[in-house]
Design a protein. Structure first.
Length: 219
């Protein structure tokens, strides 16, 4: 998430309670939607810091259960956690058993064909709200994709739902029918409609679903 600051830079007492982090010295947090004045010296608005804080807390909350599940699998696993009914730790073999899709993207002037499974199918397996269930409060959820090196990207849950947007965003495991090279895999995100691959997270390790709560004092 571009522009995320550490949790200590957000007044955690205002948005959530999260031991063992101790709240930092209180500092003013700009109101959401306050216009140019809501942007700090680093160019990150109040909403940006708010979403960052919620995402970090939610990912940390689900990491213990997810990592314990991961430890029960000998091979590489993809962790799916957060606001889901049934957190998953999916092996590559399990992923290959899901419906397969192929997408084409252009990278460095070359047309590449990736194969894998829709992110939406992975989320459905974990019990995330998708399809007809994606309405009401569920529509304000987002998904954080995290790589082995800590790189992250964010997607609204709506843009991942092909029934809603026609998107074909993949968790890819092969390129032209061959396993992904070590610099990309064993799994990566592929976003065909993005004009640059900045959100195509390589060496994907986990997907965390985060539901954005209503701001304190809001309706």
């Amino acid at each position: 998430m571009s522009g995320c600051r550490s949790v200590s830079e957000v007044d955690s007492r205002r948005f959530f309670r999260w031991p063992p982090w101790r709240p930092a010295a209180r500092r003013s947090v700009p109101r959401v939607g306050a216009g140019p004045a809501s942007r700090g010296s680093d160019g990150v608005g109040g909403l940006g810091r708010y979403v960052c804080a919620i995402a970090i807390a939610s990912i940390a909350a689900g990491s213990g259960t997810a990592l314990r599940a991961q430890g029960t699998v000998g091979a590489f696993t993809l962790v799916v956690a957060g606001d889901v009914r049934a957190p998953q730790s999916l092996s590559t073999d399990t992923l290959k058993s899901l419906p397969r899709r192929s997408v084409e993207i252009v990278e460095s002037g070359r047309t590449l064909v990736y194969q894998g499974v829709l992110v939406s199918d992975v989320l459905k397996r974990a019990g995330a709200s998708m399809g007809a269930q994606l309405r009401g409060e569920a529509i304000v959820s987002f998904v954080v994709a995290t790589a082995a090196d800590g790189n992250r990207a964010v997607f609204s849950i709506a843009e991942l739902d092909p029934d809603l947007t026609g998107s074909q965003i993949l968790v890819a495991d092969t390129l032209a029918g061959q396993p992904l090279p070590s610099t990309q895999g064993p799994l990566r995100i592929v976003v065909p409609r993005d004009t640059t691959p900045v959100r195509s997270v390589r060496m994907l390790q986990r997907l965390d679903v985060v539901r954005l709560p209503r701001p304190a004092g809001g309706p």
